[in-house]
Design a protein around this ligand. Structure first.
Ligand SMILES: [Zn+2]
Length: 375
């Protein structure tokens, strides 16, 4: 591992190794389920507001990440995960000698970082619905699930309508059919392209770690000593949001709010990875036996047998004797109330009277349990 990363980074000190790139991608992939998990844990306690958040989780998460990524791209020139791993994005073609991101680069990066995962998740869900979900995949085409009915319903609806609406419905059904047919191929091509870029990146054939970054003309590079110096000089709260010093109260307030907001976003650098660890810990916790052992309260002791009824048969001092025949028990058997007799004695008694001979509680012959104390 050590050798590989040395070898891969060796040719170009500023080029992050593939391991760093993969770690960054993994981290951004993990953030969403981690935050969802944390939210769902708290939604149990405050269902009034958080359940709504949970229902719109993907949109809320996208909005949050838009804010976070925009801040990190503008302040540090890299996405949240990239900055966390000490890297940033630089332009391949410099403008006026500077390779730092322009406003347009930031927005394009945001589309890539936030818009693309949201769109892909939505398309995945649509495909899942059209293809009949998990069942269809496991059982093959014979189990068409909800996929066909959606289409046939659309076609049937098209048959009833006239004119433009009808044409629209037909077009929609055709589009859905095309989507269902080709989406898996597009998906496979997407993953294949990502994989090929990884391979090419690893063997130094390209400096772009993904096709998308290639398209945007952006590379991910390690932060240099100069970058760190510039960051510490600016301080964590410095950003383009900070207004120039001015006497106006309104401006001072705006400045303060901006500083607080930026400070909060910088705090996320510690909070978001923590939520991942928290999520991983909970995942492990629920899978492991530990929580079951701790949560398990010891089983309550079995209840004592009910007291003998004054009119019932007396229980002999010697507990090895049968209360009915007062002889050592043969073939011991227990009445439902817990007293032990010879099997023939208790069976006959319960069959005749329908009650336990000691407690006089109701009993049926089927309730008698034999004891296997001796072989
Ligand atoms: Zn007996």
């Amino acid at each position: 591992m050590e050798f590989m990363s040395d070898m891969l980074g060796g040719a170009d000190a500023g080029k992050p190794s593939l391991f760093e790139i993969v770690a960054q991608h993994k981290m951004s992939e993990l953030l969403e389920p981690a935050l969802r998990h944390v939210t769902s844990v708290y939604a149990h306690r405050h269902p009034r507001y958080l359940v709504r958040v949970l229902n719109w989780h993907e949109e809320v998460y996208a909005a949050l990440m838009l804010l976070v990524e925009r801040h990190y791209l503008r302040s540090y020139g890299g996405s949240f995960a990239e900055h966390f791993y000490g890297t940033k994005r630089v332009r391949t073609r410099t403008i006026g000698g500077s390779s730092s991101l322009t406003r347009a680069d930031v927005w394009r990066s945001l589309v890539l970082l936030v818009g693309l995962p949201l769109a892909k998740s939505r398309l995945d869900q649509l495909y899942e619905r059209l293809s009949g979900g998990e069942a269809a995949r496991l059982l093959g085409g014979a189990f068409s699930g909800s996929g066909r009915p959606v289409e046939t319903a659309a076609t049937a609806a098209a048959g009833r309508q006239t004119g433009i609406r009808r044409r629209l419905a037909v077009a929609r059904a055709a589009a859905l059919r095309l989507f269902e047919r080709y989406y898996p191929h597009v998906n496979a091509a997407y993953h294949m392209a990502t994989m090929l870029y990884y391979l090419a990146y690893m063997f130094d054939r390209t400096d772009y770690n993904s096709p998308w970054l290639h398209l945007l003309g952006l590379q991910v590079r390690r932060l240099s000593a100069a970058d760190y110096r510039a960051m510490s000089e600016r301080g964590p709260a410095a950003s383009s949001l900070a207004a120039p010093p001015n006497g106006s109260v309104l401006r001072a307030t705006r400045n303060l709010v901006a500083r607080l907001l930026t400070g909060g976003l910088d705090l996320l650098k510690a909070m978001l990875p923590l939520s991942i660890f928290f999520y991983r810990f909970l995942e492990w916790w629920h899978r492991s036996d530990f929580h079951r052992k701790i949560q398990q309260t010891p089983a309550p002791p079995p209840p004592m047998p009910p007291r003998p009824h004054p009119d019932g048969a007396a229980v002999p001092e010697d507990r090895s004797l049968c209360p009915i025949c007062s002889q050592p028990r043969t073939n011991p058997a227990m009445s439902p109330s817990g007293y032990v007799f010879c099997y023939p004695c208790i069976h006959r008694h319960i069959a005749d009277t329908g009650a336990c001979p000691v407690t006089l509680a109701k009993a049926r012959p089927a309730d008698i349990r034999k004891l296997y104390t001796e072989v």
